[in-house]
Unconditional design. Structure first.
Length: 510
């Protein structure tokens, strides 16, 4: 980013116009920008889901467990790689100030990546012993590389959002997904289906994302960077936005550690095979949240902020809760019934245990699906203290549940305690948020019980097919798909806004 050449007058003048010209170019609507972002993400996730049955037949659960451990470690470090200065890139009015924050972020990435190399070099034996993961050992040297590319991409991503090149980010995500899965399949079919291949492909995808996004940004904005980035301006930016590394960094680190805790503790108490089962089950269960739930959350945050001012917050919360229940009740109940059959049929017989994990985790992620989109209410209502206490309670109960199950020596018990505590906390959080918005407990119970009982009517044929008539897995899945189509056809026919929201979250075309 830094260039010691003395800039010419032309280059000095360019910072005042480079981003201004980019902003002056015709841009799409807010919905159009969202669609550009979501289309790339949707394609990448859809590609992963479509190829999963091939990958799970090539790679063992242990291999996926090794990958999950690697991504957990790098994910925890990457969240602090920029010292959270990347979040400040969007804030300054002047693009020159933002450019210096980008430079600060990238230099921080270099420093944290170098520090992670030192930690990995010195702490490698201890880390492998704590995680009981000797298979991870040969690939720990890739941790600094992954941290560097992931951190750099995060910083560049915020700059890209500032300059409103949303289509560019979509292309980069598609490129990353395509390259990652091409390597996974190609090398796997060549006879090298190991955890190392999965890790190498992940690092390659991250590298291509960062390098391609960086290349495009440098091509368009290099004049601004050459003329604006100076050590003095960088230090001023660090002082101006020092609260990000002082406070927000620790909050982000706590949340990430909380998310990655199951992977790390399941490895420490059990094995990478158990981690692989959990990773696949969690990935499939969380897919609705990452696709539809996040879109609902974005729309809800905007509407809730307006509704608070005009006194209609209770109605907005109730309608959102109804739609979340309409989307979530059937699939989570269905997976609790057919999880083992579905996973064995779709992903291969050796993934049967992952289906049992899905059955255990379904109630927890059901409440996460309900709670995550409306969790922004604590910001709307200015009750951040409750949000902080909730996150602290989550990490404590998660650790206690997994450690307790680990000491008992049963992975299903560990996940059961984990899911039970998580479901209880998220259920309480949901009830608390909707109650402070004025929605009575009776109204909340009516919404939840009504949708659960309605979904149960559609689940009943599946239960009869599986446990009464004892049909084959193929027949059970065929019946499940059929009643699922009928269920959502009914929901979308009754609620046009829900149908439009889902189609916006899962665009069929760019």
């Amino acid at each position: 980013m830094m260039n010691e050449e003395i800039p010419t007058e032309d280059v000095i003048a360019e910072p005042q116009t480079a981003i201004a010209e980019a902003r002056a170019r015709p841009k799409g609507s807010f919905a159009g920008d969202v669609l550009k972002l979501v289309s790339g993400t949707t394609f990448a996730q859809a590609l992963g889901v479509l190829l999963s049955p091939l990958l799970t037949r090539l790679y063992s659960p242990e291999s996926f467990g090794v990958l999950a451990l690697f991504t957990s470690i790098t994910g925890i470090i990457s969240v602090v790689a920029c010292l959270r200065y990347e979040l400040a890139i969007m804030l300054p009015e002047r693009d020159e100030e933002a450019a210096n924050l980008l430079a600060v972020s990238l230099l921080s990435v270099v420093a944290i990546a170098a520090l992670s190399l030192l930690i990995v070099s010195l702490g490698r034996p201890l880390l492998l012993r704590l995680l009981r993961a000797p298979a991870l050992g040969p690939y720990l040297w890739l941790v600094p590389l992954m941290v560097f590319f992931a951190g750099a991409f995060g910083a560049l991503n915020y700059w890209n959002s500032r300059t409103k090149h949303f289509g560019r980010l979509s292309v980069v995500r598609v490129l990353s997904a395509f390259s990652t899965y091409t390597v996974n399949l190609g090398v796997g079919y060549a006879g090298h289906a190991t955890g190392g291949t999965l890790i190498g492909a992940a690092v390659l995808g991250s590298a291509l994302s960062a390098l391609e996004l960086g290349r495009r940004i440098w091509r368009d904005d290099k004049g601004l960077f050459r003329g604006a980035v100076r050590w003095h301006e960088m230090t001023e930016g660090m002082k101006r936005y020092r609260n990000f590394p002082l406070y927000d960094m620790w909050s982000g680190l706590l949340n990430t550690v909380s998310t990655q805790l199951p992977t790390l503790l399941l490895s420490a108490f059990f094995s990478q095979t158990v981690v692989g089962f959990y990773a696949l089950g969690y990935r499939i269960l969380s897919l609705p949240m990452s696709l539809v739930g996040s879109a609902i959350g974005q729309v809800f945050f905007q509407r809730a902020s307006v509704a608070k001012a005009d006194g209609t917050l209770t109605q907005v919360v109730e309608s959102t809760l109804r739609r979340l229940m309409a989307l979530a009740a059937f699939p989570f109940m269905l997976l609790a019934v057919i999880g083992p059959d579905a996973f064995a049929f779709v992903f291969g017989q050796r993934w049967l245990e992952a289906g049992f994990y899905v059955r255990i985790l379904a109630p927890w992620l059901f409440f996460v699906f309900l709670g995550s989109p409306i969790s922004t209410l604590y910001c709307v209502l200015e009750r951040q203290r409750i949000g902080m206490l909730f996150n602290i309670a989550l990490i404590i109960t998660r650790a206690a549940s997994l450690v307790g199950g680990g000491l008992l020596g049963d992975s299903r018990v560990a996940l059961g305690l984990f899911a039970l505590s998580g479901a209880a906390l998220w259920a309480w959080f949901c009830l608390y948020l909707v109650s402070v918005c004025g929605l009575s407990r009776r109204s909340t119970a009516r919404v939840i019980v009504g949708h659960l009982s309605g979904a149960l009517v559609f689940i009943l044929p599946v239960v009869l097919t599986k446990w009464v008539w004892r049909a084959s897995s193929f027949v059970v899945l065929a019946v499940s798909v059929s009643v699922g189509v009928l269920y959502y056809a009914r929901q979308f026919a009754r609620d046009g806004d829900l149908r439009a929201l889902v189609l916006r979250a899962i665009p069929l075309r760019k």
